[in-house]
Ligand binder design. Sequence first.
Ligand code: MIG
Length: 628
Amino acid sequence: MIKKFVFGNPINTQAVVEDFEELDYSKLPEIFSFSEDYSEFKMELDPEDIIYGLGESLHGMNKRGFIYVSNNTDQVHHDENQYSLYGSHNFILIDRFEGFKLGLFVDYPAKTKWDLGFTDKDIMSVSVEEPDYKLYIVEGETALDIIKEFRRIIGKSYKAPLWGFGYGQSRWGYKCTEDVRKIVREHKRLNLPIDSVYMDIDYMQDYAVFTINDERYPEFADFVKEMEEEKIHLVPAIDPAVKRLPGYYVYDEGVEGNYFCKDESGNDFPVAVWPGLSHLPDFFKPETKKWFGDKYRFFTDLGIDGFWNDMNEPAIFYSSNSIKKTADYLATMKDKTENLTLGELWDYLDAASGLANNEEDYKSFYHEIDGKKVRHDRVHNLYALNMMQGVYENFKEIAPGKEILFFARSSYIGSHRYGGIWTGDNSSYYSHIQLILSQLPNLNMCGFLYVGADTGGFAFNTSEPLLMRFMQISLFTPLFRNHCALGTRDQEIYQFKDIDSFRGMLNLRYALIPELYKIYTDSIENNKMMFTPLALAYPGDKKCRQVGDQLMLGDDYMIAPVTEANATGRYVYVPENMKCYIMKSHDKYRTVDLPKGHHYINIAINEVAIFVKEGKVLNLCEPGLRTE
Ligand code: MIG
């Protein structure tokens, strides 16, 4: 049962694909108290209420106790003091034990603040910047019914090709054909399965999108063919910002077609990102969507069938406005080379660090939406969605009949119909293994099924055991990509010692792919969760409400990764009788029958545990070196 309320004059975000009659405010749930202008509502929480949702946001599986702000942000610090990551997934589910359950979707494309029992531990308060939004209240018998209902109204999730479940190797820093060949060679030499190699921004000529650096990738078309023969999919990164360079075809077409975002007076708004001075395509205009989507032909014509869209929050390093302001400020400090007051010192430090992704910049450019000029910050969280929609819908034009792997960094609910997401710049921390676990079910309820995190961690240096533990969660997620940042320690499997153990994990993944893909497509077709918190899968079992580091996978399995450094096992709560497979690979494992209850399981560094419900089987196939 869905109730829709409309406040003010909301933008049509396209998140919901079904039409609902809007209800009279007298029908608003009585448990909510609204501020006079409806920009904020509060609800009293029961001490035991769990709140799930908010997609990829930080903190644990249960979101209660913190503040979150939906504000798509290029955020490399996935730390507990951050409010926003790359996506805005404004759906929450309040779950009271054996009682009241409620789903809530705030369909609003600018900043939305979720104070979930932080300021006052017993009060949830949700607020928007301006009261122009739609509020959907989703009711149902069970929490899983509510999620299903919500998933139905936001439309079917994107379906990735099977090869998108293969292992992918990536790193920021691969520069040339030889770097790619080496990965394929090493995997072949060591009998390590792999399906794809990702090409980060360095393949471009001066970071100009839809170009190839001919020196580093000479005869690129032949190189793609060569990889095709190896059955390796190359997946290039695509960034939205277009380098401002007269004579560069993408820039010229953009100017000619009037496709870029405008400043206050109607000139193309300049920003700086990787290519230097650039312009952001105005993806709110249908003709821009079509144009940019069509540019992917550059790759699809060569046979490339996978893409990742980065920087589409959109990330901005600086604008002429913000850099001028900073430069002016620094000029006033020119003679202050000693005796800065502490206040001046802080201002000084902030001046440069505040340049990127600056609030003022997001208020300084405009989109054209249905012929009207709309300031960017009012629709900020929809920029990535519109980019993805344009690109996805154009795939059938440029690559008819082909299944394309497509995912992005930034998103809004609705983006899930066009592609997947990866969770961005995590770190090589053990706590970020737990973070993936927390993100998976909360993303699933918001429609995002093709998801995954940078395996091994993006920022900072990984270690062999950490990469191993990271793989033991990633081998269950649809996207399974080893990726890391420029300048960090080499992170490919073959850089480490215990290759046999890594091979075991990859073989297990490949042996699981048919079953994982089945669970994945079933989740798409039937609006189900691929990963479910135990509290929702076993609503009558109070013990499950304490479990934040285990997940149900599909209908029959449970996973409980080791998330702690140096641990050689962990405590697990088993919610019904299960058989536990403790696996070194698809064909090397021991099993133990576990009755419902608490158990300590030994799980060595090269082992991963899969729990199977009594009477169910663990479906494995013979692994191969490619998904094919
Ligand atoms: O400003 O393309 O999240 O995966 O390696 C950094 C370089 C830009 C951010 C992405 C990351 C990618 C990196 N990018």
